[in-house]
Design a protein around this ligand. Sequence first.
Ligand SMILES: [Zn+2]
Ligand SMILES: [Zn+2]
Length: 152
Amino acid sequence: MKNDSNIQSGRCQCGEITYSLDKEKVISAHHCHCKDCQRTTGSGKATILFIAKKYVDLNGELKFFESKGSSGSHVRRGFCPNCGSGILSYAKEISRIFYVKAGTLDDSSWVTIDSNFFTKSAHNWNMPDKSIKCFEGNPSVISGIKTILKSF
Ligand SMILES: [Zn+2]
Ligand SMILES: [Zn+2]
């Protein structure tokens, strides 16, 4: 973390969990319309940033809930044990990559979304943005990330 202007901060609603990340290290950003993201956010989708764990500086103790993803991986969603805000998640199989929830950033104006995941379960009241790439289901994120990891 050399350039301080690239450091972005975020937190849960009560402030027990805070974090900072290097925005230059964000791999990509996505809307995920899967049922699990809809349930945990209580909304039409989750908006997530892919970034290596080492570029996220987390303060506070997240509580994790683990569920099985469609690809067979185990997704661990981390939330504040006090206020319940979802902060980040990761697949147990590739724990070096965090999926940070974009809405928890103090300033997310710099975020550009690359694609939509699980458009098949998108709701009419929250349709996917068709101007970006759409994946009907899981876009083989795991294999994609494994390729990315080789460059770290
Ligand atoms: Zn909290
Ligand atoms: Zn999802």
